[in-house]
Every structure is written in structure tokens, then in C-alpha cells.
Design a binder for this molecule. Structure first.
Ligand code: PAZ
Length: 368
């Protein structure tokens, strides 16, 4: 029998629907295996902390779910496939002397390197040679010669970062928004000793709403009971404690997704004013693969950064700078350098985002 969602006095927030961060973490239970999952991350951070000059970037990636049932049959989800996060992680990993990556991602979402061979884009079995008559002998399976040129660099980078003598990536999975919030909080504590050498690159699409544990039905909600009405509470804005309490020295980059382009810059500015972190990367849902805008405090007031196409704006007494990054501009530069068509077609906006952020992180490390 399914139990109907019910209210309890204990977790009901003072303002209906709004949990403070403290109330959230004191009422919503951590994932059962939290400590065990974080052990490899602790070792990873301790190892890289000893290497002078090494920085660690926490990349969050993919969408979070909100389960409607404890024995979960149904859940709310969002569109994110983890493209931004997995692609960006690769570009950070392409600077192996500077960056090691903690890749905190939604289970089964895209991952660095293997993303090139997803089942829909580039099915794994299509990479392998198969005799015309289909008689595949076990000991003789090989990669099709016409696919090795593309595969070799990806395989090399994958092995070096994941299975080399000193792996530069450590992965951590989440599914629900509750998993995500707990992992982020604990990760901040683990990464904290790195101080300014840490960067947070928060590209995951995190739900703004959740169902408190005591309002989640235990068993599958029965349709025989008629319409389903859901009332969800707001997820606390953990960016504030992340920036102001958990890891104040780190370089923190948040992402802002909108479907109305006109909202991007004002909302990014508001987030910077409210939380006091370093950069908001604004992106429009439909153009996110071709253009983004970096919004930050103007160098005169806050962080130093140089860029080709920056403009400034004022909100209250704060002055902001916006830097648009457009894939077409990178393609034009590479085209002029003589890049082949195949290279031009393979360019990704994450290369530009990561380059820009590394420059800013360099400057951040130089600041007293
Ligand atoms: O995962 P993806 O590449 O399909 O999408 C990336 C993205 C749009 C989720 C990311 O760029 C982003 O904006 N994340 C933050 C979303 C938000 O909470 O506003």
C-alpha cells in the first residue's frame, strides 16, 4: 500500500517553502554511504596538495533529480546531459601540470573522453571491424582503421588522466538534489586546505525545488487516488555558504541558465552581488553551445582579467564587466591560422571558457 505524502512539524520551515541551509542540513539526511564515497577524494586532494603549484578544480556536471517516492519509481529531472561539465573537465585536464579535476557528476551522464563515444553519437560497436559476413572471431576484434586517427588521442588522454601512474581525475556520482547538496558541502571541507589553489566550476543543473524527506511517499503513488498535486519547497542557495563560509579562498565560478536572453546579465550581476563570488557564466538554453557571457566585478573593484570583447555596467555602487565568448570567433582565429575543416568543426566553446577562467585563476593566485 502506498503512503500519502504528509507534513511534519519538525521540518516545516519558518517561512513556508523556504529552508535555510542550516535547516536543510539538519533535517534532510545525508546519503548513506557519503563518508565511504568521499575517502578516495580525500586521498586525491592530499596527493595533489603536496605538489607545488598544482591546482584542483571541482567540476559539477549534469542534472539532479527530485524523487517523488522513497522506493523511487518516479522523479522530476531536467534536460542537462552533462555536456558542459564533461567537456570542460577535458580542457582542464589538458593542462595537467596545473590542474587536477574532481568530476562530480550525475550518474550515467556524459564523462570526459568517453563522451565522444556516446551510444547515440558514436556507438562503440560501430568502431570495431566486422567481416562482411559477420563472422567475428573472439581473438581478432580490432578497431576499424578509418576510426583510429580520431580514437588514438582520446584514448591516450583518457588513460593518462584516469589510469596513469598519477591520475589527474577523481570522479564522484550524484543522482538526487539531496546527494548533490551533501556532496558539495563535504567536498568544500576536503578541498578547503588548498585555499586559493581550488576552483569550483559549478556547471550542474541543480533543481531549485525539492520535496522534504517527510513529504516523500514511501511507496509508489497510486493513480487510483486521482490527480497528483505537488507542493515543493525551495532548495536553499548553498552558493552563499560555499563562498562565505565553507571555502572562502577558492575561485568560484557559477553558471546561470536562462531561456530569455535579456535576463542573463541582470541575473548574473544579482548573483555576484548577493553571493560575492568571482564569475558567473551566463548561457541561453538554445545558444549555450555557441555563445556565453562571463560576468564579473570590474577589475578596478574586484578581480583582474583582460579580454578582447569586454564591456562594463553598474548595479548600485558595483561595477561589472561582461565578456562575451563566441565559438564563431574561435573558429575564425583558427581558420586564419590554417586549421583544417575537421578541426574547425570539432571546436568547442568550453575551450574558450576554460582558457578565460585559467587566466583569471592565475591572477587570483597572484593577488595578496
Ligand atoms: O549539461 P548541458 O551541457 O546540457 O547543459 C549545461 C548547463 C546549461 C546546465 C550549464 O551550462 C548551466 O548553465 N548550468 C547551471 C544551470 C542553472 O542552474 O542555472
Amino acid at each position: 500500500m502506498s503512503s500519502a505524502p504528509k507534513l511534519s512539524r519538525y521540518t516545516t520551515p519558518l517561512i513556508p517553502g523556504q529552508f535555510s541551509t542550516e535547516t536543510y542540513f539538519s533535517t534532510q539526511p545525508p546519503p548513506t554511504d557519503l563518508k565511504a564515497r568521499l575517502e578516495p577524494v580525500k586521498e586525491f586532494v592530499q596527493r595533489w596538495q603536496k605538489v607545488e603549484g598544482k591546482r584542483v578544480v571541482v567540476v559539477t556536471s549534469g542534472g539532479t533529480t527530485v524523487p517523488l517516492e522513497a522506493n523511487t519509481v518516479r522523479f522530476l529531472d531536467n534536460f542537462s546531459a552533462g555536456t558542459r561539465g564533461s567537456t570542460s573537465a577535458e580542457y582542464f585536464l589538458s593542462h595537467p601540470t596545473e590542474y587536477a579535476v574532481i568530476f562530480m557528476h550525475r550518474q550515467h551522464s556524459l564523462r570526459p573522453y568517453s563522451r565522444h563515444y556516446s551510444h547515440s553519437l558514436n556507438p562503440f560497436l560501430d568502431l570495431l571491424s566486422c567481416p562482411a559476413e559477420g563472422l567475428v572471431a573472439e581473438g581478432s576484434i580490432t578497431v576499424r582503421p578509418d576510426r583510429t586517427r580520431q580514437l588514438a588521442p582520446v584514448l591516450r588522454a583518457y588513460h593518462k588522466s584516469h589510469h596513469g601512474p598519477s591520475p589527474t581525475i577523481c570522479s564522484l556520482e550524484f543522482v538526487t538534489v539531496n546527494d548533490y547538496l551533501w556532496l558539495l558541502k563535504e567536498l568544500a571541507v576536503i578541498v578547503q586546505p588548498l585555499g586559493k589553489r581550488a576552483m569550483f566550476y559549478l556547471a550542474a543543473a541543480v533543481s531549485d525545488f525539492f520535496l522534504p524527506q517527510d513529504r516523500v511517499a514511501e511507496h509508489k503513488i497510486q493513480s487510483t487516488k486521482g490527480n497528483l498535486t505537488l507542493e515543493m519547497d525551495q532548495v536553499p542557495k548553498v552558493l552563499r555558504p560555499l563562498v562565505q563560509e565553507w571555502i572562502p579562498e577558492a575561485y568560484i565560478v557559477s553558471f546561470k541558465l536562462e531561456t530569455e536572453q535579456a535576463l542573463l546579465i541582470p541575473k548574473a550581476q544579482k548573483a555576484l552581488s548577493r553571493y560575492g563570488h568571482q564569475v558567473v557564466v551566463g548561457n541561453d538554453l538554445h545558444k549555450r553551445k555557441f555563445e556565453v557571457v562571463l560576468v564579473e566585478l570590474d577589475a578596478a573593484q574586484g578581480n583582474a582579467a583582460s579580454s578582447a570583447s569586454a564591456s562594463t555596467a553598474v548595479l548600485g555602487s558595483q561595477q561589472f564587466k561582461e565578456t562575451w565568448l563566441k565559438l564563431a570567433e574561435l573558429q575564425e582565429v583558427k581558420r586564419r591560422e590554417g586549421a583544417e575543416k575537421e578541426v574547425l568543426e570539432g571546436l568547442e566553446i568550453e575551450e574558450m571558457i576554460v582558457d578565460q577562467l585559467i587566466t583569471r585563476h592565475d591572477a587570483w593566485l597572484q593577488e595578496p
